[in-house]
Design a binder for this molecule. Structure first.
Ligand code: TYD
Length: 212
């Protein structure tokens, strides 16, 4: 089972992914792999540095930025995500293809259909079973952040387009997306995340005694 988390900066994905993974493990699923984009694996960490912390004075073209994210994704799917899924494990990923649609598409203004096509190429068509959108006002999220990468230095209007982009993507494909209101306590958010994931697990017929 392939689970992804999406959202604006500071929406709480890291906390929620850690909580979901420990809950799954407590329910007897030892085969949970948590990972992230961009940046997992040795090539990924180089690509993450290039995309988010480019050398001083270098402006990365939006198309170049997209292609770095896609290179990271292709490597990540091929060497980390796909092998774990193929062995029957659960993968929980912090950002995936939808982040390219939201950031490089809605944020930077690149063509959405083109990015979708390139995402399909990079992932060899691998789609998440469920995508949890932690929805939050970007002004609140940015105030929570302390890392300064090139995205976090962008304007509030840029981050507002990204939030709207995620909501538009979720509205188009309601089957896979679950929108969780992230401006609440971590416990409340965790409760909603668990409700959605445990429902999916039950519907997949996985025989572990899940506590809803
Ligand atoms: P990160 O510090 O991991 O941010 P967060 O904790 O909010 O996920 O940095 C990831 C950054 O990369 C984030 O600003 C979103 C951006 N990004 C893209 O622009 N396109 C992409 O395809 C992906 C995966 C991430």
């Amino acid at each position: 089972m392939f689970i992804t988390f999406e959202g604006v900066e500071g929406a709480g994905k890291t906390t929620q992914i850690a909580r979901l993974a420990s809950r799954l493990r407590a329910e007897g699923r030892a085969d949970v792999l948590t990972t992230r984009e961009p940046g997992d694996g040795p090539l990924g960490s180089e690509l993450r540095r290039l995309a988010l912390h480019p050398p001083l004075g270098i402006t990365v073209e939006p198309r170049a930025e997209l292609l770095i994210m896609l290179a990271d994704r292709a490597q990540h799917v091929g060497q980390i995500i796909h092998p774990h899924l193929a062995s029957g494990g659960i993968v929980v990923c912090d950002r995936y293809a939808d982040s390219s649609l939201a950031y490089q598409g809605y944020g930077r203004g690149l063509d959405i259909a083109e990015i979708a096509r390139l995402n399909d190429y990079a992932t060899d068509g691998l789609k998440p079973d469920i995508t949890l959108l932690l929805d939050l006002d970007p002004a609140v999220g940015l105030a929570r952040q302390n890392e300064r990468n090139i995205m976090e230095a962008e304007s509030l209007a840029f981050h507002a387009r990204i939030r709207a982009g995620f909501l538009a993507l979720a509205a188009q494909k309601l089957g896979r997306w679950v929108i969780v209101e992230a401006g609440r306590s971590a416990e409340e958010v965790e409760g909603d995340v668990w409700k959605a994931v445990s429902k999916l697990i039950v519907s997949h017929g996985i025989s572990v005694p899940f506590t809803p």
